[in-house]
Design a protein around this ligand. Structure first.
Ligand SMILES: [Zn+2]
Length: 246
């Protein structure tokens, strides 16, 4: 089979047998691909530093007849997250982006918007604080996967929420007005809803990261993670790590 070439973002590696690694990467050309990297643990020449999660690479790989896993031949590093200091909070932020891509993207389905989003958010994940790019990425991935409801109206009665308090609930898809909110609903502030609307209209680079504290838009992130986790029907490992992050 012919060797394929694509820009890609490494999502995850997993030791297979002996020196082989199972690699999941998000290719620009055909979306999420699972591949075996033969002798990757030994071959510094073919993979040197290229298989760290969220490394932006040019990947060379081939499909194998009647095999589910492709074969990853080699990778050239285009941009590595390790070019900058990896503090604990930066590692958590990067792991969160990798986990969302890995859990949300279907196999072998190109998604250029998600690819461009990932590259732009990685650019913003260089210096702390990381809450702006994390929020931006969660919001846009929710939108791109088709899970984001209209944030301007109550999902039950359809009334406009603008200028009124709005609520969300772990078992409900959209936002709720005060009359329709359920027991144990959380409130999402008007400020966070306005921010979400702005983020859906402008690139990440338009939003300043500095000065963002963890509390800013925390209600929006809680709503987005609840929405995503309900759709994938599992708890995100990095969601708990983010909660503990300062
Ligand atoms: Zn309502």
């Amino acid at each position: 089979m012919p060797l394929k070439e694509s820009e890609a973002i490494i999502l995850r590696t997993y030791p297979l047998r002996e020196a082989d690694l199972l690699v999941t990467f998000f290719s620009r050309v055909e979306g999420k691909v699972h591949a075996v990297a033969r002798s990757a643990k030994k071959s510094k020449r073919r993979f040197s530093g290229a298989l760290e999660p969220l490394t932006y690479v040019r990947a060379y790989y081939e499909d194998r007849e009647r095999r589910e896993l492709a074969r990853l031949d080699s990778c050239d590093v285009l941009n590595s997250p390790l070019a900058r200091e990896v503090t604990y909070s930066r590692a958590v932020a990067l792991a969160h982006v990798a986990e969302l891509l890995d859990e949300l993207l279907p196999d072998r389905e190109a998604n250029d918007a998600a690819f461009r989003l990932s590259l732009s958010v990685l650019e913003e994940l260089k210096e702390p604080p990381f809450w702006m790019p994390i929020t931006y990425f969660e919001l846009w991935m929710t939108r791109l996967m088709g899970y984001l409801p209209d944030l301007s109206e109550c999902i039950v009665c359809g009334r406009e929420l603008n200028g009124r308090p709005a609520f969300f609930h772990a078992l409900t898809d959209g936002l709720l007005c005060p009359d329709d909110k359920r027991l144990a609903s959380s409130e999402i502030s008007a400020e966070s809803r306005t921010l979400a609307a702005q983020m859906l209209r402008a690139p990440a680079e338009n939003f300043a990261s500095s000065g963002w504290t963890k509390s800013r838009a925390a209600d929006l992130r809680k709503f987005l993670l609840q929405t995503l986790q309900r759709h994938i029907e599992k708890k995100l490992v990095t969601a708990g790590m983010l909660e503990k992050m300062g």
